[in-house]
Design a protein around this ligand. Structure first.
Ligand code: MN
Ligand code: MN
Length: 263
């Protein structure tokens, strides 16, 4: 296997509205990925060995707007990039960088929250707002959201305004996966999972996806994934590193899908 996948960690949680902690996540997800308790195989039979990573390292970020520059540089090698967060605000900056390389893309966004607030507690760049910014700047042709279970009137109006396709958690059916025609960017907020499966997040929103359902969504993707992020893992809330392990497993499954669809 010669194809590489780029990996970067964004140590940033200053746009979190409730708790801090996701800035600590990237090294702990890497550690869980290397854990002797598991092997490197993804479920499609591909071995996601350490050699497949073009690992750019973890980046301490003070200025939110630096994330775009860092990401743009890490996209230079041409390998698809997985970004480990960090809070979800980073996705707006990640998408700005991807836009410069790929143009507007289709996005699959999996989350308990739509993150479509025009502003939140006076901040337009809050982790509650990235997809409002992304749609406003026309960085995406299409935004499909899955797992949502916290829609407010304002966010429903925002979804309507931007033409966001939302599969709410209450309507979610494992047998009906969204169909894409074009390559996608995948944005994965760990709180899409039920807190029973992933307690290490800032916002425990009951009634979410099981780990199996989330893996099934990833495995059902039939188009190339040009980039992905795994965000909002908060180690301060974790129990026995179980959410680190879930994040690492998802990282392997996303990497395997990236490799599978690029061959
Ligand atoms: Mn989110
Ligand atoms: Mn969320």
């Amino acid at each position: 296997m010669t194809k590489k996948i780029a990996l970067q960690g964004i140590l940033f949680d200053k746009k979190s509205s409730f708790l801090q902690g996701p800035a600590l996540a990237p090294p702990l997800i890497r550690k869980a990925y290397h854990s002797a308790s598991a092997n490197y195989f993804a479920e499609n039979g591909m071995e996601i060995l350490p050699e497949i990573w073009d690992d750019k390292g973890d980046f301490e970020v003070n200025d939110y707007f630096d994330i775009e520059k860092i990401t743009l540089k890490n996209l230079e090698s041409g390998a698809p990039l997985i970004s480990l967060g960090g809070d979800h605000s980073i996705s707006y900056q990640l998408l700005k960088a991807h836009y410069q390389r790929f143009g507007a893309v289709d996005i699959l966004h999996i989350d308990a929250h739509a993150d479509l607030y025009d502003h939140f507690e006076g901040d337009k760049f809050s982790h509650a707002c990235p997809f409002a910014r992304i749609m406003q700047d026309r960085l995406a042709n299409r935004l499909v959201q899955i797992g949502i279970r916290t829609l407010s009137k304002h966010q429903l109006a925002q979804a309507d305004k931007f033409g966001v396709e939302i599969i709410e958690m209450k309507d979610f059916d494992t047998k009906q996966q969204p169909a894409f025609q074009n390559p996608i960017y995948l944005s994965l907020d760990i709180d899409a999972l039920d807190p029973a499966f992933a307690p290490g997040v800032s916002h425990h929103e009951p009634g979410g996806l099981s780990t199996r359902e989330l893996i099934h969504i990833i495995q059902s993707i039939k188009v190339p994934i040009i980039g992905a992020d795994i965000v909002e893992y908060n180690p301060k809330r974790d129990i026995n590193d179980m959410t680190a392990m879930v994040s690492a497993k998802l990282m392997k499954e996303v990497a395997a899908k990236m490799l599978e669809m690029s061959t």
